[in-house]
Ligand binder design. Structure first.
Ligand SMILES: [Zn+2]
Length: 109
């Protein structure tokens, strides 16, 4: 069954036995129009074009609302190194002059 899916914003035609979209959000269960969310883009676009079914890996069928949420999560966990939060926090503490408080904060983590 030939179906299309977007990968890094590009249209990819895949060929699978299963339907990619069932019309049900896998996160909230809402029925209707769905999108395929990529939790991460593991392969370069060139490789996916050569083996289109790779575009199906690391995906979840989601509704519009959950897709926005999932994209935000991907940005937080994949695209932003965790250190960015620590650096921002250190910067904040420096400005506030709360060095000792910061140490306590990290001890809790
Ligand atoms: Zn949803």
């Amino acid at each position: 069954m030939k179906q299309t899916i977007k990968y890094k914003g590009k249209r990819i035609v895949v060929d699978t036995k299963k339907k990619i979209r069932k019309g049900v959000c896998e996160i909230c269960g809402r029925e209707g129009k769905t999108h395929i969310h990529h939790w991460r883009y593991e392969f370069p676009l060139k490789e996916v074009r050569e083996n289109p079914n790779l575009a199906l890996l690391n995906t979840t069928e989601v509704c519009f609302t959950c897709h926005n949420f999932a994209n935000a999560m991907r940005k937080l966990y994949v695209e932003c190194p965790a250190d960015i939060f620590i650096n921002l926090h250190e910067e904040y503490e420096k400005n506030q002059g709360h060095k000792t408080k910061r140490k306590k904060y990290y001890e809790q983590l």
